[in-house]
Design a binder for this molecule. Sequence first.
Ligand SMILES: [Zn+2]
Length: 598
Amino acid sequence: MSHVLAAVAWPYANGPRHIGHVSGFGVPSDVFSRYMRMAGHDVLMVSGTDEHGTPIQVQADAEGVTARELADRYNRVIVEDLHGLGLSYDLFTRTTTRNHYAVVQELFTALERNGYIVKRTTLGARSPSTGRTLPDRYIEGTCPICGYDSARGDQCDNCGNQLDPEQLINPRSKINGETPEFVETEHFFLDLPAFAEAIGNWLDQRENWRPNVLKFSRNLLDDLQPRAITRDLEWGVPIPLDGWRDRNDKRIYVWFDAVIGYLSASIEWARRSGDPEAWREWWSADAQGKDARGYYFMGKDNIVFHSVIWPALLLGYSGEGDKGGEPGELGRLNLPTEVVSSEFLTMEGKKFSSSRRVVIYVRDFLERYDADALRYFIAVAGPESNDTDFTWAEFVRRNNDELVAGWGNLVNRSISMAAKNFGAIPEAVDLTPEDEALLAVAKAGFATVGELIGKHRQKAAIGEAMKVVAEANKYLSEQAPWKLKSEEEKPRQGTVLAVALQVVSDANTLLTPFLPHSAQKVFELLGGEGVHAPMPRIEEVEDLDGGPGYPVLTGDYAVGARWESVPLVTGTPLAAPKPVFRKLEPAVIEEELARLAG
Ligand SMILES: [Zn+2]
């Protein structure tokens, strides 16, 4: 039993989610959290939409709306997408809450007080004709790294590297095309080199990390540079220092504010739970959080923020870098236990791209297919440790051959045979070695599958669960209960079906973290009542500190199945089942490919 924080990367609120976004860490973090809860841990799963920064401002400008309006729109869309997938967030919030602003400013203030934030003079762009500062988003030029000719002053959207405006080759103003002049301006930097030793020591003690993540992170330590944490921009968290607080042209950099969201969302969750201090059980590096473990889920392009920069912020806030210092008012904070990064998903061999229409949005997917069909594909063929490709042909094949013909068929034939012949869960008498063997395989699955999920090997974990399904299908074929029709064979028929149904129930529990929607249905088909797999709900809430209201994802996950075999009760009435999964026609593949081709 411990307190488990599942900290899930924050989706950027500039559009709806496509299935690539949710495959790497969205669904896997839910599988992990669901399993951990079933195994008896106190899980806090948090995230939200990341809403500041230049790209949202640029898009809002282009649409003639405010950044806030754009963020409001996509916050809601993303909340609905994640709800549709059944992702069991304790709180999915956003970065534009007043609570988030206050927590970000508290971290900034304490880091500054401890000497880890330094002011530097840099070059900022100015319009020669008007003499006004040009925010980063209004400067365009050629990327010095990849040569892309429309890189922005803060980032190249082609190679993803962060840039400074003066690095651009042939810089130009997007407003009037003139060449900006660069003048000295002040910005704040995080003194990352002051944490190299502390982070190195911490990385040396990490266990169970994926080796590529550890190696990548260690290499980063050799060349740490101070990193800008403010920007020439109006959309973001104000800088909480005298003389800066009221300036409209400088804001805290979006990456700095977003990574603090894990903490601010945990604090918001606690404030909404009625115990405003409850977050400390997952976060405090002192006594309150002594059994806490923090797991961070993200794509591989985000490792640096979680294995180096976020630990640096937490160390500096706790007064534990080269410069020492005192902890801020939240106290000393826990560093991540594990940084779980995923690889990328491509679609029909191409990189996802909304502009090039290589995309399927979560909401469109869920209009045509079941959430568990996608969750199954992600579990068995997602980008857990390699880049993987989503193809419609493979999706349909996996759905039909594995989910429908394997698991769905086992559920359907065992329950319908028992319903037809007994109308209830039959009695098991005089178990044979074959019966005992199958029951043992299912029981053993709890240790095997659980351990694999705990180690973030979900592909292997669902493979083990599906082996139990395959064994049960084989058992039914061999025992052929449909042939046991005579009066004296009836008890044996009942026994075979009772054994099969028990294994269906166990396999269903093993599959619950992966397939929560269908797990609830199978549970009910077996005569279960109440909640087996709890689901999130969308709740419209008030901002806790007087800002505008917003929708959050939350839920009551204390109810539901435990990670154990539960004996079925003989005599529980059974009805003829409706199929739990839908077989897909091969024509679906052509239709979807035609949609992609536009
Ligand atoms: Zn580039």
